[in-house]
Design a protein around this ligand. Structure first.
Ligand code: PBG
Length: 308
């Protein structure tokens, strides 16, 4: 046993959502490992700095995670807490996802001032979202809708709705939930058939240095094996497609007994073509299920969509 307690430095973005997620991690670690000290280190990422630009234009992977990875590699922090959907599928060789927390409901919600659902929105309504995945799927369901780019943190986006910049916005349920925002009467959940979530949406991942054995053992208390299996299948699907933010891609895995069921899609940004399918397989090989679904969708037309 070491004599002096080690101080664990937890890196996070400074947004309300990121801090709420980090607080959740911290609470569990503190309770289980009270003899350590903890420090939260806020780090600005490129995505935080270029607020006004449309994400698909900036492109580039790891917009919200890269600076945290650099801090891990430079040993300025010991853990990095991410929304797993923002974390690229390829990690630096020295890093790993040490834990995946139990997932929130992974779905997207539609929020409007009147509480109108997707069918009730007026003809030609403006939807605030910069996500090509959301745009493509909503256009497929309602070709008359218009889209306005909407970026910034969750509260900022809701303010833009209040100011009348659009009739509705689409956000992840998980983010609203973690921010404890009560949008009763304004919010409807979009069914997966209408809007399949982003890979790993609703899951929190804790990234760390592989060689930090002591810490790897400690973060096991955060890990939810079912969520981990699901996001492993989804991330393998995304990695095999080689997709970034430029082509709409969505996927959702569910564990049922010893089986993983994975549903996924690739679309063109206008939502005119959606290549969608399902695969299932053993929980012993989650990545294999993801790769199999990717291969199948590539054969069925996703290859063309990805080449654009
Ligand atoms: N891209 C931003 C982002 N990253 C994670 C979440 C929500 C929380 C989550 O999906 O885990 C959000 C906001 C949103 O999409 O509404």
């Amino acid at each position: 046993m070491r004599k002096s307690k080690r101080c664990l430095r937890i890196g996070t973005r400074g947004s309300d959502l990121a801090l709420a997620q980090t607080e959740q991690v911290l609470q569990i670690l503190r309770e289980r490992w009270p003899h350590y000290t903890y420090e939260i280190v806020k780090i600005k990422t490129t995505g935080d700095k270029v607020r006004n630009l449309a994400l698909p234009r900036i492109g580039g992977k790891g917009l919200f995670t890269k600076e945290l990875e650099v801090a891990l590699l430079e040993e300025k922090i010991d853990l990095a807490v991410h929304s797993l959907k923002d974390l690229p599928t390829e990690l630096p060789e020295e890093l790993c996802v040490g834990a995946v927390l139990p997932r929130e409901h992974p779905g997207d919600v539609l929020i409007s001032l009147t509480g109108a659902g997707l069918e009730d929105l007026p003809e030609g309504a403006r939807i605030g979202t910069s996500s090509l995945r959301r745009q493509a799927q909503l256009k497929a369901a309602r070709p008359d809708l218009n889209f306005v780019p909407l970026r910034g943190n969750v509260p900022t986006r809701l303010r833009k709705l209040e100011k009348g910049e659009c009739e509705a916005v689409v956000l992840a349920w998980a983010g609203l939930r973690r921010l404890r925002l009560d949008l009763t009467g304004r919010m409807t959940l979009l069914p997966y058939q209408v809007c399949l979530p982003a890979v790993a949406q609703g899951a929190i991942g804790v990234e760390m240095r592989k060689e930090d054995r002591e810490l790897r053992k400690m973060v096991e208390v955060l890990d939810d094996p079912t969520t981990r299996l699901e996001v492993t299948a989804e991330r393998a699907f995304l990695r095999w497609l080689g997709g970034g933010c430029h082509v709409p891609i969505a996927a959702l895995a569910r564990v049922a007994g010893a089986e993983i069921l994975l549903e996924g899609l690739v679309a063109d940004p206008e939502g005119k073509r959606i290549v969608r399918g399902q695969e299932s397989g053993s929980t012993a090989y989650p990545e294999e299920v993801g790769i199999r679904l990717a291969e199948r969708l590539l054969r069925e037309g996703a290859e063309e969509l990805l080449r654009g």
